[in-house]
Design a protein around this ligand. Sequence first.
Ligand code: NAD
Length: 446
Amino acid sequence: MGSNGRAATDRRGSGGWETVLEAERTLEPGTEWHSELYRVAVDQFRRAADLLGLEEEIRARLLEPRRALVVNFPVRLDDGEVQSFTGYRVQHTLTMGPMKGGFRYGPGVSLGECAALAMWMTFKCALVGLPFGGAKGGVRCDPNRLSDGELEHVTRRYASEIFPIIGPDRDIAAPDIATGEREMAWFMDTYSQQVGHPVPEIVTGKPLVLGGTEGRDIATGLGVVFCVEELMETAGEQLDAQRVVVQGLGNVGGTVVRELAQRGATIVGVSDVTGGIVDPDGLDAAAVEAWMAEHRFVRDFPGGKPVSRLEVLEQPCDILIPAAVEQQITGENAGRIDARWVVEGANGPTTPEGDEILAARGIEVLPDVLANAGGVTVSYFEWVQDQQKLAWQGAEVAARLRIQLDDAFARVRNAREQRDTDWRTAAQAVAIERVADASRLRTIYP
Ligand code: NAD
């Protein structure tokens, strides 16, 4: 008998069909999204769903994305050769409103990775109270090996390939790893060309002159810093007494370093894809920023001691902020993390095995769905301004961001106390409860 319960002999005596049915065994739910990151997202979801006692029906609906589009498209490179690229767009839930999520470029981008990231986007939006479901996308490529012209062609072709499932009221894109204002401008222009009029609200994180908002460029990093401030207040500690390590010096990490240094924290380690530098007495954050602006990578920075990409995570500090890529704190290195708090600027930087070890060692982890929610919050502000043809001042954006994040932080802090759990499970529980409520109210169509 196959695992789907059908007796092989129902279809044909012994022999031939039986073998076929063995091969037709019902696949496990979630098989399509199989990836290390999806495993992490599911593990986190299950912990929070168990805590909530979430009914099976809602669990099943939230465990897998609602839709996914996989595209393969050709791009002519500068040397005249044609290369085929694979791109994805995954939409996790349509229950909460239009879908919202960034797109990234990287050699490891996959359907499963986008599925995990789309699920986290749903919970991030729900936690902050934004009227969006989660989405995520990307193109598998090495952006460091593509010229500006090639990247433009990849972006434009990707936008037109996923055109059937996106729209300003359906699915709104945003920046993520290796994509920024420039790619958002190309994306917005491509979509607008297809429909025949400008549609700035198809994407957030655009340049100001195209309908972007003040403050979006620093929003994710600033949100991380607001959460660090709330965390310090909760712990009864002073921010200017903390030693901080930041992994990643891109949009998120670069802003975190600048903003925390301005608030008096001591930056004792930083890193990017080329490696890290540490100095227990404190690095000159402004000098690091100027070096990055001129040399693009931190390698060869004249100051501090050079260390490897992973060694920087083990540098003694109070607050460790992974703000680069996923799966950096794992069962392998969590035992050597020498920090009091981990604040996740990146999405999914800690694996469940890493989480367990950190918890056993009394190291608190402020999770991604809360700590890096500043980006999507200001993206929401941008979308609202685009739709109403408004332009808020930077100070207004920052003030609104502070209100929204402080509120989310307070809800997570309360849930953590009331449910006697960790920050991550509390944050996911608050978010899942909100999405589950909406799902119950909308019931099942038809
Ligand atoms: P980015 O491309 O601007 O920067 C990434 C940085 O990480 C670069 O400095 C790169 O050199 C470094 N890096 C890459 N691999 C590394 C490694 N193995 N070790 C150390 N450093 C490494 O990307 P970003 O927009 O800053 O995004 C960083 C993280 O934050 C991602 O997980 C992303 O999903 C998340 N995030 C970004 C936003 C946003 O608004 N940009 C919003 C929410 C979450």
